[in-house]
Design a protein around this ligand. Structure first.
Ligand SMILES: Cc1cc2nc3c(=O)[nH]c(=O)nc-3n(C[C@H](O)[C@H](O)[C@H](O)COP(=O)(O)OP(=O)(O)OC[C@H]3O[C@@H](n4cnc5c(N)ncnc54)[C@H](O)[C@@H]3O)c2cc1C
Length: 145
């Protein structure tokens, strides 16, 4: 008798599907789970294991092949991502390189991307803004009638 996985549809049916596991997606998934929704998170990038996948964290500057600088050739091949202040040898592996996913720019726009579980939360500088009501009223203040 053929094996029929009759639970497949039930197992693969979700209340919510979150695309991307960065701060936005990760936080959304947390909220959805806490509200009891069966939630699926889809992430295009690789899984990043704590400690094991941080190959540069405990390195001293003099241990990097280029003293933590990006070589000229790589900068030349990656003009967009090279404009990001944090694109150095110690973090380059968490950045999407320009040629990996090119995009059209109608107006200049530096799109810094990180394809991995956690997205750009693995790159952020740990500055946390404290928003006030004033910040959320910007569109109403600035919008023309
Ligand atoms: C160097 C640097 C320093 C920063 N420092 C700060 C700071 O100090 N303070 C601060 O507030 N902000 C900082 N930021 C900004 C902050 O890190 C980002 O705004 C934030 O991490 C974006 O989160 P996100 O979830 O919106 O997007 P992302 O983190 O970009 O997440 C998107 C996720 O979606 C995935 N994805 C994309 N396409 C698909 C697809 N088709 N299918 C499945 N998955 C997909 C990606 O792989 C990624 O994991 C910094 C950013 C950078 C680059």
């Amino acid at each position: 008798m053929a094996y029929l996985n009759i639970d497949s549809k039930k197992e693969r049916t979700y209340d919510a599907i979150v695309i991307g596991s960065g701060i936005s997606g990760g936080w959304s998934a947390k909220e959805l789970c806490e509200k009891g929704l069966k939630t699926l998170v889809l992430e295009r990038g690789r899984d990043v294991k704590h400690i094991k996948d941080y190959p540069t964290t405990n390195m001293y500057p003099w241990e990097f092949e280029h003293r933590n600088e990006i070589p000229y050739q790589i900068k030349k091949e990656n003009p967009i991502v090279s404009r990001c202040y944090a694109f150095h040898e110690d973090a380059a592996h968490f950045f999407v390189k320009d040629a990996e996913h090119p995009y059209l720019q109608e107006k200049p726009f530096d799109w810094i991307r990180g394809y991995q579980v956690g997205g750009k939360s693995l790159l952020w500088a740990r500055q946390t803004q404290r928003w006030s009501d004033f910040d959320f009223e910007g569109p109403a203040r600035d919008a023309s009638p």
